[in-house]
Design a protein around this ligand. Structure first.
Ligand code: URA
Length: 210
């Protein structure tokens, strides 16, 4: 497993406003969307391409296009939905699957309540989006499910990560072809499983408390 913390002033600027408790939901959603697009630029650095011959108005030349099978983007519901548009904007040929995962607030264990994805992900590059890598439980469970279906290259895009979550992923997914791309690696988790300093509950900040 590899982790890539994107070090860029625009990323840091947008993240600071996301963290600010005064930022309202519409602004939070817009910034999360913009931030994902910046993270996606880094996360897709190894997206597979194939060579194509084209003609410009001047001459024939060779270029590249995204290869088949098409990449799969998987937002983890609910908060990952707020990151979907920012990613598919850069990957217009991607297909989209969905995974509903819920975390038990006492045990902090993640379980799946819904999946909508191809059964066979052999040879697919998968981009899984979840804003907060906290304990890592949700992402580890999601990535295991993706690999069970044959995914051979998984990139997780997270707005924020906690060291505890990164360590859990390194332990549980050691040697697996998994990359985590994030805007920041924060200090720690608190007793309630929130990232510190973090940004609070990402789903609530995006969609309000329901
Ligand atoms: N999930 C969130 O939404 N926020 C955290 O800080 C941790 C998990």
């Amino acid at each position: 497993m590899r982790i890539h913390v994107v070090d860029h002033p625009l990323v840091a600027h947008k993240l600071t406003t996301l963290r600010d408790e005064r930022t309202d939901s519409p602004t939070f959603r817009r910034l999360a969307d913009e931030l994902v697009t910046l993270l996606a630029y880094e996360a897709t650095r190894d997206v597979r391409t194939e060579q194509v011959d084209i003609r410009t108005p001047v001459t024939g030349t060779t270029g590249v296009r995204l290869a088949r099978p098409r990449p799969l983007v998987v937002p983890i519901l609910r908060a990952g939905l707020g990151m979907l548009e920012g990613l598919v904007r850069l990957l217009p040929t991607a297909e989209v699957g969905f995974m509903g995962m819920i975390r038990n607030e006492e045990t902090l264990q993640a379980s799946t309540y819904a999946t909508r994805m191809p059964e066979d992900l052999s040879g697919r590059q998968v981009y899984v989006v979840d804003p907060m890598l906290a304990t890592g439980g949700t992402l580890i469970a999601a990535i295991r499910e993706l690999m069970k279906r044959g995914a051979d290259d998984v990139t997780a895009i997270c707005l924020l990560a906690a060291p505890e979550g990164v360590e859990a992923m390194e332990r549980e997914l050691a040697g697996k072809p998994v990359t985590v791309v994030t805007a920041a690696l924060d200090e720690r988790l608190n007793d309630q499983g929130y990232i510190v300093p973090g940004l609070g509950d990402a789903g609530d900040r995006m969609y309000g408390v329901v």
